[in-house]
Design a protein around this ligand. Structure first.
Ligand SMILES: Nc1ncnc2c1ncn2[C@@H]1O[C@H](COP(=O)(O)OP(=O)(O)O)[C@@H](O)[C@H]1O
Ligand SMILES: [Mg+2]
Length: 339
């Protein structure tokens, strides 16, 4: 069903911010990234719903409804968007909210789309308001109206668009305006993966990387992956580097611990920033409650990184709680830190 990749167009319409990519990911766009629904591991409910929607649109020979993916970074939002365009055999046009600076950027992109194309907008919550307004009619009626000239020479131009599919991705669904959110017919929340799915992802990636690893060792890496496929793949690459350099023949738990310790990753998968975050709250704020701006200032770390990357996982494993006065760390976190 999937069109041969060689004649499929992936168009990067901008320099997508590297924050959302592992440096190796763009190069490996066709490598570790699953290409079809059957290749994709986990998130079963989403896959079931999406494949029905895709199949129905194919049968009716219509474009797929607009899709929104939201959830923490590294869980497969970009991958799913790419899979959609593969399954409907359309072009994949990749842009991002911050890259669409001016209405003209958006109008230019929209007017070049062919029928059923997937226009992927990463970090869609960062799209400027003035640009967002053009998306409303584009999404709803496949048309944009814009004004050229000014005063007596002002002229409204109505531009018809092909019936494309907009796929948006965001780590911050709360920042989307409701008119925009309402225009997505399909909306999916990606949640952290369980150990078993991560293990399967690691086994799949090791096959592709031509690395020998058994099920037990895969589980050990899965446990340290913070529920996140991107991290699982990154840790796997670090283990691969380690065994290659040290000329180790068989990967076991000790090898995994030794190699990941160098990376600052502990047995729960927490990295230096996670532990620093917890330590600051424990040491400087008596365990909290403390506001995120204070933590961010003490750590000298961007607030968005803390709230998008660090906190969701610590909340998920019960290491912090959120109260109206701010963040507090729990007994579990104290125990893990050994305080
Ligand atoms: N369900 C999955 N099965 C296998 N690999 C996955 C899966 N989800 C994500 N990945 C891998 O994790 C990496 C990060 O996924 P990506 O789609 O870029 O995350 P996001 O866009 O949510 O930040 C990808 O390179 C891909 O190889
Ligand atoms: Mg992404």
């Amino acid at each position: 069903m999937t069109k041969d990749d060689s004649n499929k167009e992936i168009i990067f319409s901008d320099n997508t911010p590297e924050t959302n990519f592992e440096p190796s990911e763009k190069l490996e766009f066709n490598f570790l990234r699953p290409k079809s629904f059957s290749d994709y591991i986990g998130q079963n409910k989403i896959i079931e719903s999406l494949s029905i929607a895709v199949e129905a649109s194919r049968k009716r020979d219509e474009s797929l409804d607009h899709v929104l993916f939201y959830g923490p970074p590294g869980l497969g939002k970009t991958t799913l968007s790419y899979i959609i365009s593969n399954q409907i055999e359309s072009n994949f046009i990749h842009t991002s909210g911050p890259a669409l600076e001016k209405p003209a950027d958006a109008v230019g992109l929209l007017s070049n789309l062919s029928s059923k194309d997937v226009l992927f907008i990463d970090e869609i919550h960062r799209i400027p308001k003035t640009v967002e307004e053009y998306l409303y009619s584009a999404m709803e009626d496949f048309r944009v109206d814009f004004i050229t000239g000014s005063g007596a020479f002002a002229k409204t131009i109505n531009l018809r668009l092909e019936s494309f599919t907009l796929v948006g991705s965001t780590t911050r669904p709360g920042l989307l305006s409701s008119p925009l959110r309402d225009r997505f017919g399909l909306s999916y929340h990606l949640d952290y993966y369980d150990e078993n799915d991560l293990k399967d992802i690691i086994l799949r990636s090791s096959r592709l990387l031509d690395l020998k690893i058994d099920e037990n060792s895969s589980i050990e890496i899965a446990k340290r992956s913070r529920g996140t496929p991107r991290i699982a793949n990154r840790l796997l690459r670090r283990v691969r580097d380690y065994v290659e350099v040290k000329n180790i023949k068989k990967i076991n738990t000790k090898v995994i611990n030794d190699s990941l310790e160098i990376e600052g990753v502990d047995n729960l998968g927490l990295d230096r920033l996670d532990r620093e975050y917890l330590r600051i709250i424990a040491a400087n704020y008596e365990g909290g409650p403390v506001g995120i701006d204070a933590i961010s200032a003490s750590l000298n770390e961007d607030q968005a990184t803390l709230s998008d990357v660090v906190e969701p996982f610590l909340l998920k494993i019960g290491f912090i709680i959120r109260t109206s006065q701010g963040r507090k760390i729990t007994k579990l976190a104290y125990k893990h830190l050994g305080i």
